[in-house]
Design a protein around this ligand. Structure first.
Ligand code: HEC
Length: 171
């Protein structure tokens, strides 16, 4: 066998062998009582944007694309999804304390306004996930009212501190 054929054979073998390694794609079962919908009013138009552009990485309802089955690309995709879920998971929303929910919603609006989310590499493969200015507006209007709702029902420590500061100014 000449050297070139040997090199190709070795590369093919490596490509085959790496398919058996790397992190697993997961879709843990979704408990409806733990989702963001169970906790907050989520209008249909907001839900549609979240499902279209965010759920693949921020929920357990991930739709795994074909390239997520092929190493080494799969390693990057699975890693993004695991990281995304770790930072913000709409399917495990009720695990968060009120303070963390408020922070997450605040960051949600900030990320989409700055164009930080959805992640750029995701948009190369999912052009329909791109957010219009209207989408960003819809999301931020919703996060603001959701934060107000959360604060109204369960005041956060932050707010208590604000109250004290105000008191000091008043007197
Ligand atoms: C391709 C996967 C992917 C998609 C799609 C995606 N995200 Fe993320 N998101 C991540 C990852 C990974 C992180 C954590 C690392 C980082 O902040 O870049 C993250 C972090 C975040 C954070 C937390 C930022 C922080 O400072 O902790 C928010 C909020 C967020 N994403 C919102 C969204 C929203 C809203 C959408 C949809 C419009 C979205 N993401 C779509 C992968 C994704």
């Amino acid at each position: 066998m000449d050297k070139r054929k040997l090199i190709v054979l070795v590369l093919v073998l490596i490509a085959v062998v790496i398919q058996f390694f790397g992190p697993a794609r997961t879709n843990p079962p979704i408990d409806d009582s733990k989702t963001i919908m169970a906790d907050l009013q989520v209008p249909v138009e907001v839900m549609q944007i979240l499902e279209r552009s965010c759920f693949d990485c921020h929920s357990y309802a991930t739709k795994w694309p074909w390239y997520s089955y092929i190493a080494p690309v799969s390693w990057l995709v699975v890693n993004d999804v695991n990281e995304g879920r770790r930072h913000l998971n709409f399917s495990a929303w009720t695990d968060y304390e009120t303070k963390k929910k408020v922070k997450a919603l605040d960051e949600l609006c900030e990320e989409v306004e700055e164009g930080g989310m959805p992640l750029k590499p995701y948009l190369w493969m999912h052009s329909d996930a791109r957010l219009s200015e209207q989408d960003v507006q819809t999301l931020c209007d919703w996060t603001k009212s959701a934060i107000a709702t959360l604060r109204g029902t369960t005041p956060t420590n932050d707010e208590d501190e604000d109250e004290h500061e105000k008191d000091e100014y008043d007197y």
